[in-house]
Design a protein around this ligand. Structure first.
Ligand SMILES: O=C1O[C@H](COP(=O)(O)O)[C@@H](O)[C@H](O)[C@H]1O
Length: 246
């Protein structure tokens, strides 16, 4: 298990650019090696960074398979729907087929939608084992949550499911489906992108704090992979180790 790598940039636009260049490098390497690139993306600020930067990268979009680290269980027409954000802000600008991006089915109950999402994952990850994503692009909320895995929630202990329903998310909307830690920590590369001084305290706690009960974002430590944090100066401003500074 490798220690987190931390990269600090002077502006949000540089974070987005660096994130997207890194994702493209990973994508092109995976395509060269195996002919396919598997990625799960997040909502919130990470979605904005990806939609801003990915249209500029050079890659073979036909080889990408795009899942969601988590998704809100809302209709596609709801502004909280992460899939619809990508559909509006990324799909018109890149050659990614809608057959290669996998939304949650909001017409099912949240429990059925999670079951259905596990089947969608198994249709792409066909070896029957735990899916191993090439890249996860993760965000972190000000409480230290990542995906829809919240501090103190029983889903942090989930060990059987690869995608699980949650009906009591402390951040609205309450019903969501999320990847679980067995899949997250089986990824080849997990990348966090966080910006703004509002995230500085939680970034410091996650990256430098010690706890017997780590925050969800601090639990992202792929067993045979890397975790990379891409921060702007504001988000990195409370880190104590000088080597993390610009
Ligand atoms: O609710 C969510 O929040 C997190 C963090 O979002 P951010 O805007 O604070 O970066 C996000 O990663 C997750 O996908 C989303 O469902």
């Amino acid at each position: 298990m490798a220690a987190p790598v931390i990269r600090v940039f002077s502006s949000e636009s540089q974070v987005a650019e660096n994130l997207c260049e890194l994702v493209a490098t990973k994508a092109n390497a995976a395509i060269k090696d195996r002919g396919i690139f598997t990625i799960a993306v997040s909502g919130g600020s990470a979605a904005k960074f990806l939609c801003d930067g990915l249209p500029q990268v050079a890659t073979d979009w036909s080889k990408w398979r795009v899942f969601f680290c988590d998704e809100r269980h809302v209709p596609f027409s709801d502004p909280e729907c992460t899939y619809s954000f990508y559909k509006t802000n990324l799909l018109p600008k890149v050659a990614l087929s809608t057959d290669h991006i996998f939304p949650l089915n909001p017409e099912l109950t949240v429990e059925q939608a999670a079951d259905d999402y596990e089947q969608k994952l198994h249709r792409v990850f066909t070896d029957g084992g735990l899916p191993r994503f090439d890249v996860l692009v993760l965000g972190m909320g000000p409480d230290g949550h990542t995906c829809s895995l919240f501090p103190g929630h029983p889903l942090l202990q989930e060990s059987k499911r690869i995608a699980a329903p949650i009906s009591d998310s402390p951040k609205p909307p309450p019903q969501r489906v999320t990847l679980t830690f067995p899949v997250i920590n089986n990824a080849s590369c997990a990348i966090f992108a966080s910006c703004g001084a509002g995230k500085a305290d939680i970034v410091q706690q996650v990256l430098e704090g010690q706890s017997d009960d780590p925050l969800p974002a601090a639990r992202v430590r792929p067993t045979d992979g890397e975790v990379i944090w891409i921060l702007d100066q504001g988000a990195a401003s409370k880190l104590k180790q000088a080597s993390y500074k610009l």
